[in-house]
Design a binder for this molecule. Structure first.
Ligand code: MN
Length: 232
């Protein structure tokens, strides 16, 4: 048995609804611009170009209900309310039908974003890592199993800040469907259990400040909560 010079970081994981067992997370993939109205608000053309991805480290995973510090190096810290897919079978280069069968669970998620760093990265043609993959940037609710919930391909998705609704969309309005996303991503990666996919956000993204309380909801799935604490 190996020893380590420093103790390993605990395995990031999420609670599973109706179970004492947890879902161990290894990778977090995120889809960019998957709702036309959000693509437009970001100044992009919402025509159906192939999906694109960015990632967050699994260590960025933060449970619903947390209070997170307002992050450093931003003056424009945004929420993005999203449906998250949890993969439950190994898939590589699969069709959408085979990809759909690999979706094991769903969760509510918040893709927290340093929008000013993202805008600067876009303008300079640089990577998005510091804008997207920072500490406590992947907020996640409990995972509900598809075997109990059924497929969740339509339903209202909303986000409110301090009780005021800011985002409203419908899962049916995704440019790329869940099955298409998993199929497309499986052309690039060997997907496996432990992989989460944040599927994009509807229009209405905006900034939050210390003291704000966020509440997201996906019809048929559940809620997510986040409180923004003081800057570190
Ligand atoms: Mn997003």
């Amino acid at each position: 048995m190996s020893s380590y010079v420093f103790p390993p970081v605990p395995v990031p994981s999420a609670p599973v609804r109706g179970s004492d067992a947890r879902y161990a997370v290894s990778r977090i993939f995120c889809v960019g611009r998957n709702y036309a109205d959000h693509a437009r608000e970001m100044g992009a053309d919402p025509t159906r170009e192939p999906p694109f991805y960015f990632t967050k480290p699994a260590t960025a995973l933060t449970p619903s209900g947390a209070t997170v510090a307002y992050p450093p190096q931003t003056q424009n810290y945004h929420y993005e309310m999203e449906l998250v897919l949890a993969i439950g079978a190994p898939v590589f280069k699969v069709t959408p039908d085979a990809a759909r069968a690999a979706i094991w669970g769903y969760a509510t998620g918040l893709d927290m974003t340093r929008r000013d760093l993202q805008a600067a990265a876009k303008a300079a043609g640089k990577p998005w890592d510091t804008a997207k993959g920072f500490d406590q940037s992947a907020i996640l609710g409990e995972i509900a199993r598809v075997s109990e919930l059924g497929l969740l391909e339509k339903g209202v998705i909303t986000l409110s800040v301090n009780g005021v609704e800011k985002q409203r969309g419908d899962l049916a309005d995704m440019i790329w469907s869940q099955a298409e996303i998993v199929s497309n991503l499986s052309q690039l990666y060997h997907l496996q259990p432990g992989d989460l996919i944040y599927t994009g956000t509807p229009a209405g993204v905006g900034a939050v400040v210390p003291g704000d309380v966020l509440h997201g909801h996906i019809e048929g799935l559940g809620d997510i909560h986040l409180t923004i604490g003081p800057a570190e």
